[in-house]
Design a protein around this ligand. Structure first.
Ligand SMILES: [Zn+2]
Length: 236
């Protein structure tokens, strides 16, 4: 059983590659890019749903493409908008920002606040996936767990989670703060500025896209075991 003072929140910023019809003109000939890892995180929403289905958790997700607006970047980040949308006039970008970015971030922040009214702390897991080959380099991990090395509870959770995955499924290579650093710019890092480490434990799960691409029973097993292992880690 999970400790009763912990609430679990799962988010998926890159859950789909939808382009709302009013912005399609900026994406002429972009179908290939939209269908690639640049458009969305293949498998990440399925993983997020498995986590929330198997553990008592709230799910917040977006299906608008990261090429429309990048929900896992802070407002200061120059890559908030892709090269496609940077061609659009400023009022269009402002409209996209107000329609998709602000409500998403506000809903995640409100969910953390609400959970903290009832529980002592919130564990927030952002569900993501990464392309198995980037710029010709093969990424050797199956699963990445991202956290801020300066936040002891995040380090502990990811260590327990990694160990639990290894116990349940030793065939998968789990790496911490790979393929990205957990303290880099993004939603989790911004939430760390809003909530103290005693109340907010923010981590990101990164799955290698070769597993959802292959699909089948191995992919199903991976989702199930990663979720079960998080359950183990939350009890530890
Ligand atoms: Zn992502």
């Amino acid at each position: 059983m999970r400790k009763p003072d912990v609430a679990l929140l799962v988010t998926c910023e890159h859950g789909g590659n939808r382009v709302p019809s009013e912005y399609k003109e900026w994406f002429a000939d972009a179908d290939n890019v939209l269908g690639s890892h640049r458009g969305y995180d293949l498998g990440a929403l399925a993983m997020a749903r498995t986590l929330t289905g198997r553990l008592d958790a709230q799910l917040i997700f977006a299906t608008v493409s990261r090429l429309v607006v990048e929900l896992n970047r802070s407002t200061r980040n120059p890559r908030l908008f892709s090269s496609f949308i940077r061609q659009a006039p400023a009022p269009i970008r402002r409209e996209i920002f107000e329609r998709y970015y602000i409500p998403y971030w506000a809903s995640v922040q409100a969910a953390v606040h609400r959970a903290l009214e009832r529980r002592a702390r919130v564990v927030h897991v952002g569900s993501h996936s990464f392309t198995s080959v980037l710029d010709g380099r093969v990424r050797d991990a199956d699963i990445g767990l991202l956290y801020d090395p300066g936040r002891a509870k995040e380090v502990a959770l990811c260590t327990h989670w990694r160990d639990a995955i290894r116990r349940r499924a030793p065939q998968w290579h789990v790496r911490r703060n790979y393929p990205y650093a957990g303290a880099g710019d993004g939603l989790t890092t911004e939430l760390r500025r809003c909530f103290p480490p005693t109340q907010y434990i923010g981590v990101e799960l990164e799955l290698n896209q070769r597993h959802p691409l292959t699909g089948g029973s191995t992919w199903k097993t991976m989702q199930r075991e990663v979720a079960a292992a998080l359950g183990d880690a939350l009890e530890a």
